[in-house]
Design a protein around this ligand. Structure first.
Ligand SMILES: [Zn+2]
Length: 204
């Protein structure tokens, strides 16, 4: 059967998303669930739904993970926001269940590749991609190719007297500017009695 899809997976600190994508880069179907305490079980359920029915038409599964990745071995070396995946050979685990080509990449690097292939970076030779979510990631494209390093821009220290980050460093950018940090700062300021229109929001 002709190959006409790829499967893309994003394993983040908050959610896991899996999508079936055609070779033009359009999403055909997608699912999203909370990462929870057992990220691999969530991933397998999603692949059973999205990948399995089309297995013979899928070229491979690309998996983006928030963390430090050994892309050649397909191993998650360290993931500060998903500690359950630390030292897990994700490619080998997934290959036990699904017989297809598996690629594992840092999430920000994968996002940079995605923007280069099918998004805002298509026309550019060189650019930096920043991902703002549970954490902050960064991927660098130079001369149309991914710079094969963990840019980890979110773990750049911007305050040497700042709080300790789960990565071990202090005052990391993502402790201030990630979605998690911004929500945390807003909640803490409101609790201290700061006046804001956010107080009228249903969330507080
Ligand atoms: Zn950090």
């Amino acid at each position: 059967m002709a190959k006409k899809y790829v499967v893309g997976v994003d394993i983040g600190g908050t959610n896991i998303r899996t999508a079936l994508i055609n070779l033009d880069g359009d999403i055909v179907s997608k699912v999203k669930n909370a990462t929870g305490k057992e990220p691999l079980s969530v991933l397998y359920k999603q692949l059973d739904t999205v990948y399995a029915p089309h297995a013979r038409e899928v070229c491979g599964i690309g998996i983006a993970v928030a963390g430090l990745i050994d892309r050649e071995g397909g191993v998650v070396m360290k993931s500060p926001n998903i500690p359950k995946l630390n030292s897990v050979n994700l490619a080998a685990e997934i290959k036990k269940r699904y017989k297809t080509c598996i690629a594992v990449e840092n999430d920000a690097n994968a996002a940079a590749c995605g923007e280069k292939c099918a998004g805002a970076g298509k026309e550019f030779k060189n650019f930096v991609m920043l991902t703002l979510g549970t954490g902050i990631g960064g991927g660098v494209i130079i001369d149309k190719k991914l710079l094969p390093v963990a840019a980890e821009i979110g773990h750049m220290s911007i305050n040497i007297d700042g709080p300790q980050c789960p990565c071990g460093n202090v005052g990391c950018l993502e402790l201030y500017a990630s979605a998690t940090a911004i929500i945390g700062t807003a909640v803490s300021e409101l609790e201290k009695g700061k006046s804001s229109i956010l107080k009228n929001s249903v969330y507080f």
